[in-house]
Ligand binder design. Structure first.
Ligand SMILES: Nc1ncnc2c1ncn2[C@@H]1O[C@H](COP(=O)(O)OP(=O)(O)OP(=O)(O)O)[C@@H](O)[C@H]1O
Ligand SMILES: [Mg+2]
Length: 325
């Protein structure tokens, strides 16, 4: 399905690709188009280095959906990984690092399981939890017709795609462990810290989170709901990276039908020698992109010219959307 159709019909669209190629610009510009075509649109940044605010030239409060000033039907949300980690720890009522340090664990025969648990606390878990939050959001009733994701550069995105799987495994483990050790943890905590909090609430919340992740995972794989749009530039390294990203999308069953080739030098006879040389290089790669990803794999290839200015703020983003859609 073409990007225009996706923007009219889908309920989730994700933009991803290598660093600096124009993901945020494409996501913002598409979000404006959808909002102005009557769809109540939410744009979410899952990149810890947020740039939605920069793209729109506005400031958004982290973690709070904020209506985009001057654009009807458009809301922006930059998720805040740190806040989510704190909230999650409160839900689980358990700081892994602190709790694993409780003396006497080894003798109680629970050490292996706890070690396993601590091994599942990988770097970037804060991002993972932020993502879990987004998944939960998708699965809760909301008024948005379309959610557009501006994802982090490829490396993160690939991990991000495997997160629904990892997360439900991870949360499932915590759930089991909590059920098994819940009473024990409660007693120890009460003993050491004088805390007296019932276990059931946090377990229920964890179970809910686990269910929403499961449902969201199905949604992300459903072509009637989600599509992943790859953004790239016509250069050798970007072609290789796009190939890898496509493989990952196939591996995780994430639908994808559009590839945006951004920043193409314009067709202009007045180009200087330097620009002519760059244009020639780009043309060579564009031909390959069209051949491999277009003809062989059947993707829609969308080309967008290099603007003479930065593409920021409403008028430029709107102009950009005319090329995109
Ligand atoms: N076609 C274009 N012509 C001119 N400038 C562009 C074009 N596309 C994007 N830009 C500019 O390039 C810069 C990077 O774009 P953007 O922030 O959208 O990339 P990104 O892929 O989101 O980067 P990151 O990986 O850091 O998140 C921005 O300053 C943007 O205005
Ligand atoms: Mg970006």
């Amino acid at each position: 399905m073409e990007l225009k159709e996706l923007l009219k019909n889908n309920s989730i669209i994700m933009f991803g690709g290598k660093g600096g190629v124009g993901k945020t610009t494409c996501a913002s510009s598409s979000a404006i188009w959808a909002a102005e075509h009557g769809r109540n649109t939410l744009i979410i940044s899952t990149d810890p280095a947020h740039s939605l605010g920069d793209s729109f030239g506005l400031e958004f409060s982290p973690g709070i959906p904020t209506p985009v000033e001057g654009i009807k039907n458009l809301t922006a949300l930059e998720i805040n990984p740190k806040a989510n980690m704190a909230e999650f720890q409160e839900i689980t009522n358990m700081n892994p690092i602190e709790d694993i340090g409780i003396p006497g664990m080894g003798e109680m025969g629970m050490f292996t399981e706890l070690q396993e648990f601590s091994a599942m606390n990988p770097p970037g878990i804060d991002e993972a939890l932020a993502f879990a939050k987004v998944l939960e959001f998708i699965e809760t009733d909301h008024d948005f017709d379309l959610i557009i994701f501006d994802t982090a550069p490829t490396g993160h995105t690939l991990r991000f795609l495997s997160l629904p799987e990892t997360l439900s495994g991870w949360i499932g483990k915590i759930l089991k462990l909590r059920l098994k050790l819940g009473k024990f943890f409660g007693n120890i905590k009460r003993l050491f810290k004088g805390e007296d909090k019932p276990e059931t609430d946090s377990l229920e919340l964890l179970e809910k989170l686990n269910d929403s992740i499961d449902n969201a995972r199905d949604d992300l794989k459903n072509p009637l709901i989600n599509s992943f749009v790859i953004v790239m530039i016509p250069e050798e390294m970007a072609v290789a990276e796009t190939g890898r990203l496509l493989n990952e999308l196939i591996k995780y069953n994430i639908p994808n039908s559009n590839i945006i080739v951004n920043q193409l030098y314009p067709n202009n006879s007045g180009l200087c020698e330097f620009c002519k040389s760059r244009k020639k290089m780009q043309q060579k790669h564009l031909n390959r992109i069209k051949e491999i990803f277009g003809n062989e794999m059947g993707k829609n290839i969308i080309t967008v010219p290099l603007f003479k200015d930065e593409v920021r703020k409403y008028p430029k983003l709107k102009e950009f959307s005319e090329f995109l859609i």
